[in-house]
Ligand binder design. Structure first.
Ligand code: HEM
Length: 504
C-alpha cells in the first residue's frame, strides 16, 4: 500500500522532472551561447519576474549586465530577449515570424483573434480589410473628435488643477477611451463625464485582469482559472463590453440596411456636433462584410474590441509621459509653446486643423523623445513556429521571442547621451546617423502598428491643446517615476504635476 501511495505521489513529480530536463536541454542545444542562464531548477526566473514592476527592473538589470540580447526561462519555457537594433530588424521584418507569443493569449477572451492577437491567413486577410480605414485622408476627419474631446479634457484638468497637484493619468485614459469609442463605433461613451459607467469600469477591470494573469502562476493555469474569483469578475466585465459592442454593431447594421447612415449634415450623438459619422472604422468592416459572408459578426466584434484595447491605453501612456517630460523640462516646454504660438498666431483657443498638426515639428520631436525614454509598448512578443536560422544558430520551434523596444531605445543605440531628454536627437540629420531600428515605438514590418498615424495625430492634438492652456510644472513633492511594464508602460504611482492656467 505504501509503495502505491509513494508511486502516486512520485509519478507526477518524476514526469515533471523529466519534462523540465527534456525541454531545457532542447532549447539549450541552440541557445547555449546566448548570454543568460536557465535560472532555478523547475522555476527558471519566475521568482524574479512576478510583477510588471519587477519585470522591467529584471530586464534592465540583465541588459546592463550583458549589453546585448539575452535569454531567460519561465519554468521550462525559454525566452530569447532581443535588444540589438540589427536583430530587431531581423525579427520585425521577417515574413515568417509573425505569430504572437503566449502572453497575448490572455487577451483572447476580450479581443478574440482580432488583428493584434490573431495569426496566419486570417490575420493577413483582416489586415487587408482594415488597412483602408487608416488611410490619412480618412484619419483627417477624426480631428473634429479630437478637438471636442480635448476641449472636455482641458476643462476637466482646469477644474481639478485648482485643488493642487494633479495625477493626469486617469483623466487622459478616460479621454483616450472616449476618442477610440467614437472613432471606432461612432458612439459617445462619455467616459470623461461618467467615470463610473459600467463600460469604463469593465474595460479597466479587463486590462487589470490581463496583467494579473500574465504574472500569476495560478491564474495562468487554464484548468485552475475557472475556480478563481478573478474568472467570475472577468466573465462579468466581458459580458458588459461584448454586449455593448454587439448592440452598437447590430444597430449600425440596421441603419445601413435602412440606408440611414449619417451624412455630412447630421448630428452626432456626441455633444450635438455636426460630424460625418460615415468615417467610423466599424462602417469599413460592415461594408466589407456585405461582400464576404465568411467575415462574421463575431469577427467584426473582435476587431472593434481590438481597436478599443489597442488604441486607448497606448495613447494614454504616450500622452501622460510626454506631459511628464514637458513638466520636468521647462526650457523644452517653452520652445514647444513658442512653436504653438507661431502656428495658432493670435487665437490660441481656436480648434486645431490638420494643417496645424503638420506644422508641429518641434512638438513631434518632443513626443518621439518621450516615447523613446518611456516606450508605450515596451515589449513585443513572437513565437517561433518552425526551426529558423538566426545568426550562427537555429531558433527552435516553440521558442518565445521578446523584442525589448524599451531596452533598444534606452541605450547607446540612441546616442551616448541616451539618459538625457533631448528632442533634438530626432532632427532629420541626427536621426539619419542611427540604425533605422534603434527607434521603433510603433514596431515595424508586416505587423507594425496599424494605428500609428492616427495615434500621432491624437497625441499632437491633445498635447498641443493642454500646452496652449496650461504651463506644466512639477508637483509640490518629489515624484520619482517607478515603471511597471506589462503590455503597456505605466508609472506605478501615477504621474503628478501642477497645471497653471495661461489665461482665465
Ligand atoms: C502611442 C500609441 C501607440 C503605440 C505606441 C502603439 C504601438 C504598437 C505596437 C508596438 C504594436 C505591435 C506590433 C507588433 O507586434 O509588431 C502595435 C500593434 C497594433 N496597434 Fe498600435 N500603438 C499605438 C496606438 C494605436 C492605436 C491608436 C490603434 C488603433 C486605432 C492601434 C492599433 C493597433 C493594432 C490593431 C495593432 C495590431 C497590428 C497587427 O498585428 O497587424 N494602435 N501597436
Amino acid at each position: 500500500m505504501l509503495v502505491e501511495i509513494l508511486a502516486v505521489i512520485l509519478a507526477p513529480i518524476l514526469s515533471w522532472v523529466i519534462y523540465w530536463s527534456y525541454r531545457v536541454h532542447y532549447f539549450e542545444k541552440y541557445l547555449k551561447n546566448v548570454p543568460g542562464t536557465t535560472g532555478l531548477p523547475f522555476l527558471g526566473h519566475i521568482l524574479e519576474i512576478n510583477s510588471p514592476k519587477k519585470l522591467i527592473e529584471y530586464v534592465m538589470k540583465c541588459y546592463r549586465l550583458h549589453n546585448t540580447n539575452f535569454k531567460c526561462y519561465l519554468g521550462s519555457q525559454a525566452y530569447l530577449n532581443i535588444t540589438d537594433p540589427e536583430d530587431l530588424e531581423f525579427f520585425l521584418s521577417s515574413p515568417i515570424i509573425l505569430r504572437k507569443s503566449d502572453a497575448y493569449n490572455y487577451l483572447h477572451s476580450w479581443a478574440g483573434e482580432g488583428l493584434a492577437t490573431g495569426s496566419g491567413s486570417r490575420w493577413k486577410k483582416h489586415r487587408k480589410i482594415v488597412s483602408p480605414a487608416f488611410h490619412f485622408n480618412k484619419l483627417e476627419k477624426f480631428i473634429d473628435v479630437f478637438n471636442t474631446q480635448s476641449n472636455i479634457l482641458v476643462n476637466k484638468l482646469e477644474r481639478e488643477s485648482q485643488k493642487g497637484d494633479i495625477n493626469v493619468v486617469p483623466f487622459v485614459t478616460r479621454y483616450a477611451l472616449d476618442i477610440i469609442c467614437e472613432t471606432t463605433m461612432g458612439t459617445c461613451l462619455n467616459a470623461q463625464d461618467d467615470p463610473n459607467s459600467k463600460y469604463v469600469y469593465s474595460s479597466n477591470l479587463l486590462t487589470d485582469i490581463v496583467i494579473d494573469r500574465m504574472f500569476s502562476p495560478l491564474l495562468s493555469i487554464g484548468v485552475l482559472y475557472p475556480f478563481s474569483r478573478t474568472y467570475w469578475r472577468q466573465k462579468f466585465a466581458l459580458k458588459v463590453v461584448h454586449t455593448y459592442a454587439k448592440t452598437v454593431i447590430a444597430n449600425r447594421r440596421k441603419d445601413i440596411l435602412r440606408n440611414l447612415r449619417m451624412d455630412e449634415n447630421t448630428i452626432s450623438p456626441c455633444k450635438n456636433e455636426k460630424r460625418n459619422k460615415k468615417n467610423i472604422f466599424l462602417d469599413i468592416l460592415l461594408d466589407y462584410s456585405q461582400t464576404d459572408n465568411t467575415f462574421t459578426e463575431e469577427q467584426i466584434r473582435e476587431e472593434v474590441d481590438t481597436f478599443i484595447y489597442g488604441g486607448h491605453d497606448t495613447t494614454a501612456s504616450a500622452i501622460s509621459f510626454t506631459l511628464y517630460c514637458l513638466s520636468r523640462h521647462p526650457e523644452i516646454q517653452r520652445k514647444a509653446y513658442e512653436e504653438l504660438k507661431a502656428i495658432y498666431f493670435d487665437d490660441l483657443q481656436r480648434k486645431t486643423t490638420y494643417k496645424d498638426l503638420q506644422e508641429m515639428s518641434y512638438l513631434e520631436m518632443v513626443i518621439k523623445e518621450s516615447m523613446r525614454i518611456y516606450t508605450p509598448v515596451p515589449v513585443i512578443g513572437r513565437m517561433i513556429e518552425e526551426d529558423t536560422a538566426w545568426r550562427d544558430t537555429i531558433l527552435p520551434k516553440g521558442l518565445m521571442i521578446y523584442l525589448w523596444l524599451y531596452c533598444t531605445h534606452n541605450s547607446v543605440n540612441s546616442g551616448e547621451d541616451f539618459e538625457r531628454f533631448n528632442p533634438e536627437r530626432f532632427n532629420v540629420d541626427v536621426s539619419k546617423s542611427r540604425h533605422p531600428f534603434s527607434f521603433v515605438p510603433f514596431s515595424a514590418g508586416p505587423r507594425n502598428c496599424i494605428g500609428q498615424k492616427f495615434a500621432m495625430m491624437e497625441l499632437k492634438c491633445t498635447i498641443s491643446a493642454i500646452l496652449r492652456k496650461f504651463e506644466l510644472c512639477p508637483p509640490s513633492f518629489e515624484q520619482p517615476i517607478v515603471l511597471s511594464s506589462a503590455l503597456v508602460l505605466k508609472s506605478n504611482d501615477g504621474i503628478y504635476m501642477k497645471l497653471k492656467s495661461r489665461y482665465s
